[in-house]
Design a protein around this ligand. Structure first.
Ligand SMILES: *Cc1c(COP(=O)(O)O)cnc(C)c1O
Length: 458
């Protein structure tokens, strides 16, 4: 990695040397001793991070980008192209169009749609809801109660009424409840989450779509977390559970999709993507160009995006990553994603043999698991979850988990013997988004179980 990093940076330097030499302004010079001192303080402070790279970090949705992405990002960042406008960075703008098309095809989206990269999933969802509002002014947005909080927040920003529909035991949108709500009218757009942030639940898109069509309602799919798993669905990959597979196979029928390459696409932060099935929605972005412009293959990215400046390096990094680790089921991204899915199943297998921990997602749709220490009341469940979260992190060989506040009623569907009144007890959550987890989770769960046993003995 370091060798190649030097190599790509040297390639950029060689390109720079092709231009007339000039003297750098003295004002940009820094004092070497001051820099060394600040750098030391900087790297010391960075040590305050949790080890996101390590399989023993089994907490939130975090991991470093793939070395290939780091390298590509570093090279382009030195040039610092801006993908807002074509002349802000012609090569990375071209790469953006290419890689968006490639990912769209790999996840089953229509090839004549309109898409671009964004700084984040939040921005991708905001753009999709903005278009939804322009298409259905005065109508509301409906999402599952498990949807990301960004939707209610962005609906607020856009001044669109927002409502939720209940989720079922698996955390998926309840289709019957959806139908009943749509029948009452007033809804213009349904947000379907294929991979909820909390528990990785995949809403049954294939069942939701026909209901929405019946009521003439738009469908936006928030695939920020789960989108890349559609690559496995396209190949009917056996490691992707059937309900998830069926949902992802319907992705191509959605009106818009948000997808985060900075989650399962191995990218550094600053890389989201939005894609519209109908390129004509480009007319809603404010611009000076004639409408016909949007049927052109030569998109001016800045004019079909709500954001202005955007890192060309993000597009470059994604492009190079997809060249080397292609979005395919049997090589590149596929085997990484499949290993994460197997890790979630192995986590549950390990829980089944653990005396002190109970599973709360017996059949995870993706690679996120919920679980909790065995308890007799919601209060004890909450306290033990908090204890294990701290104790595992403070151990000499630390394990990093995440806490998740879950509605008592939902937990009661799984654990019906619990007593107590606590409304939203804390449970534990692990996002197993590193392929190394596949071979590490049994030992992690065994160590967690051991910790709980040792507490009991105290
Ligand atoms: C992460 C996530 C978002 C928000 O995306 P950011 O890239 O963090 O802004 C939205 N929806 C879902 C389902 C997510 O997982």
């Amino acid at each position: 990695m370091n060798e190649m990093l030097t190599q790509v940076l040297e390639a950029v330097e060689a390109w720079e040397r092709r231009f007339r030499p000039f003297t750098r302004h003295p004002s940009t010079r820094v004092d070497a001793a001051a820099l060394a001192n600040a750098l030391k303080r900087y790297t010391d402070r960075l040590e305050g991070n949790y080890p996101f790279f390590h399989p023993d970090y089994a907490g939130q949705m975090l991991k470093p980008p793939h070395p290939v992405a780091q390298m590509a990002y570093a090279a382009a960042q030195r040039i610092n192209p801006n993908n807002h406008a074509l002349d802000g960075g012609p090569p990375t703008s071209e790469m953006e169009v290419e890689v968006v098309g490639r990912i769209a095809a790999a996840v089953g989206l229509p090839e004549d749609g309109l898409g671009h990269l964004t700084s984040s999933g939040t921005l991708a969802n905001l753009e999709a809801l903005f278009i939804a509002r322009e298409e259905h002014p005065d109508k509301g947005v409906l999402a599952s109660e498990m949807a990301h909080y960004t939707h209610s927040r962005m609906a607020h920003v856009l001044r669109m009424p927002f409502e939720t529909v209940p989720a079922d035991t698996n955390g998926r949108m309840d289709v019957q409840a959806l139908r009943e709500r749509l029948a009452k009218g007033g809804i213009g757009t349904v947000v379907v989450t294929t991979g909820t942030t909390g528990m990785g639940a995949v809403d049954p898109l294939h069942e939701i779509l026909p209901v929405c069509r019946e009521f003439g309602v738009r469908v936006h799919v928030d695939a920020a977390y789960g989108g890349f798993f559609a690559i496995l669905a396209q190949a009917h990959h056996p490691d992707l559970p059937l309900p998830s597979r069926n949902a992802f196979l319907a992705l191509g029928e959605a009106d818009s999709v948000a997808l985060d390459p900075h989650k399962h696409g191995l990218q550094p932060y600053g890389c989201g993507m939005v894609y519209f099935a109908n390129s004509k929605v480009g007319k809603h972005y404010l611009h000076d160009s004639p409408y016909t412009y949007y049927s052109s293959k030569h998109l001016h990215l800045g004019e079909i995006s709500l954001e202005c400046s955007r890192a060309g390096a993000a597009a470059g990094a994604l492009w190079l990553t997809m060249e080397v680790l292609s979005p395919e089921a049997d090589r590149g991204l596929g085997p990484i994603l499949a290993a994460c899915l197997r890790a979630a199943r192995k986590w549950n297998e390990a829980l089944a043999t653990s005396e002190r921990l109970v599973e709360l997602t017996p059949q995870p749709d993706l690679d996120i698991v919920l679980y909790a220490p065995a308890a007799t009341s919601f209060e004890e469940l909450d306290a033990l979850s908090g204890w294990l979260f701290d104790a595992s992190m403070l151990h000499p060989d630390p394990i990093f988990l995440a806490l998740y506040k879950m509605k008592r009623d939902w937990i009661a569907l799984r654990l019906n013997h619990l007593e107590g009144q606590l409304e939203t007890p804390r449970i534990l959550r692990s996002v197993l988004m590193k392929p190394e987890h596949e071979h590490e989770v049994s030992s992690i769960v065994a160590r967690l179980n051991q910790l709980l046993l040792s507490k009991q003995e105290l």
